[in-house]
Ligand binder design. Structure first.
Ligand SMILES: Cc1cc2nc3c(=O)[nH]c(=O)nc-3n(C[C@H](O)[C@H](O)[C@H](O)COP(=O)(O)OP(=O)(O)OC[C@H]3O[C@@H](n4cnc5c(N)ncnc54)[C@H](O)[C@@H]3O)c2cc1C
Length: 448
């Protein structure tokens, strides 16, 4: 029987961040247990993007904090995880949406995302983003109005675009490198990784005593942290807790953009309008005739998005046109139609995507599971027996929030001062009847 001060189940980005922040807070003997190699499950599948652009004030504060922490880590490490600040560009061809976009932006700006700048002439002082690095970029957002101005800065976009909102405290990074930096820094402070599945959590008199691993090894520890990602619910049950989470499958496709349709310096490009997919008349008629394929001729939701990846010609393509709740499995089932549908959807925003119709570059397709609460806020704090904690349910925002989530968890465990948003993410929020009532009317705050 080995002894540790804390055992963390799950070495995804949340688990490694929790280990790092606990070690930084002075806890020395930390065991990080995972049946898979570190950072190899959901944390290896993401788009690796971040933004502080959130309509939920608690989420916005969490992301601002997480970005502060990531920027500090980027500074101290010489930016080993290549954090950039290219931003997210939300594009619409619908004049009717401009007022709504302005109102939503004003609200998010007032919540603390930074100022809004509106540009409507080509002589505007709009400051384009730098392709690399994260320093000295503006915060807040720029709203570009009018096609000439939009295409002056983003020539790859459609002539139909009428407004483009550029959220500026946003961009992407290498999640693997960020995770490895946290893990290696944690290791130097005493974090140990153990390959193995956590199969039991021992409690006595309402307190955590330790965990059991599939190898038969027993570990003694007064602290147990459930950071099991999509298996949060299953691992919660080992500690006698039924966590209010569910999982959804989300896919991602990568193709080689040999024609250079997406500028290599582009931000994350998001099409904000619903649409019907572009098909030749004959194709459309044939698809509409068959009940199995008719849906391909019907209305698709807003949100198809893309960004350039790496130094070659790769681009990532994502679109949640179907939400598919399902229990997590080792190898997520892949929908072979997904890349073509995403590519066709992107043609609304990037007309030259049509040049790939009929000669689609061979896609790489993968996917993972979002783990979500009803209101799409994470779970960070005490669960069940004394000494048991949870950090997860980070949905489609686990990379961007991991640093602040790890820091928050460490503050709970070491009983340090908690930030104002702590109560919004603690599992105990569901004990509050008023909060549960609010949930009935909670909108979907979206997670690009
Ligand atoms: C297609 C896609 C795109 C995304 N894009 C973004 C994005 O742009 N930005 C962003 O911020 N986020 C994004 N995300 C979300 C992000 O990837 C996740 O929120 C994040 O990786 C979750 O991290 P985690 O540590 O909670 O889970 P995981 O990375 O899944 O880690 C959990 C670990 O727990 C281990 N485990 C489970 N049960 C046990 C057990 N019993 N014993 C031992 N180990 C166990 C697992 O093996 C696993 O390694 C995206 C996700 C997907 C799928």
């Amino acid at each position: 029987m080995e002894r540790f001060d804390a055992v963390i189940c799950g070495a995804g980005i949340v688990g490694v961040s929790a280990a790092y922040h606990l070690a930084k807070a002075g806890i020395r003997r930390i065991l990080l247990a995972d049946e898979r190699p570190p950072l190899s499950f959901t944390s290896d599948r993401s788009t690796e993007c971040y933004r502080n652009w959130w309509p939920d004030p608690a989420m916005l504060a969490l992301m601002n904090r997480s970005i502060d922490l990531m920027e500090a880590l980027a500074e101290e490490s010489g930016n080993v995880f290549r954090m950039n600040r290219r931003g997210y560009l939300y594009v619409t061809a619908d004049e009717g949406k401009i007022a709504e976009m302005k109102a939503a932006s004003d609200l998010i700006s007032r919540l603390g995302a930074g100022p809004i700048r509106i540009h409507s002439s080509e002589s505007s002082d709009y400051q384009p983003s730098q392709p690399e690095g994260f320093r000295s970029a503006p915060s807040g957002a720029d709203l570009l109005l009018g096609n000439d101005l939009i295409r002056k800065h983003f020539p790859c976009l459609t002539g139909k675009a009428v407004a483009a909102l550029h959220a500026r405290r946003a961009g992407w990074l290498s999640a693997q490198q960020l995770g490895m930096y946290l893990l290696e820094s944690g290791r130097r402070l005493g974090v140990r990784f153990e390959a193995g599945k956590v199969t039991g959590v021992d409690t006595e008199g309402g307190k955590v005593r330790g965990v059991r691993l599939s190898s038969g090894v027993r570990i003694e520890s007064p602290i147990f942290i459930n950071a099991a990602g999509p298996f949060l619910k299953e691992v919660g049950k080992l500690a006698g807790v039924d966590l209010p989470v569910h999982t959804e499958l989300h896919l991602k496709a990568v193709i080689k953009d040999a024609l250079g349709v997406v500028g290599r310096d582009a931000p994350l490009l998001i099409w904000n309008d619903a649409q019907t997919l572009p098909w030749e008349d004959e194709e459309r008629a044939a698809l509409a005739e068959d009940p199995e394929t008719r849906w391909l001729t019907e209305t698709f939701p807003p949100g198809v998005h893309t960004r350039p990846e790496g130094g070659g010609t790769d681009i990532l393509m994502l679109w949640e046109y179907h939400t598919l709740p399902m229990d997590p499995v080792d190898a997520p089932p892949l929908d072979e139609q997904y890349p073509e549908i995403a590519l066709r959807g992107l043609a609304a925003m990037l007309p030259r995507m049509r040049e790939y119709f009929g000669r689609m570059p061979r896609p790489q397709l993968d996917g993972g599971f979002y783990t979500k609460t009803r209101e799409n806020r994470p779970l960070v704090g005490a669960m069940g027996a004394e000494g048991a904690f949870v950090a997860g349910a980070v949905s489609g925002y686990g990379i961007m929030s991991a640093c602040a989530v790890g820091e928050l968890l460490a503050a709970h465990i070491t009983e340090s001062a908690l930030p104002a948003y702590a109560a919004d993410f603690a599992p105990s929020r569901y004990d509050d009847l008023e909060y549960r009532k609010k949930l009935e009317h909670w909108g979907d705050s979206g997670q690009l």
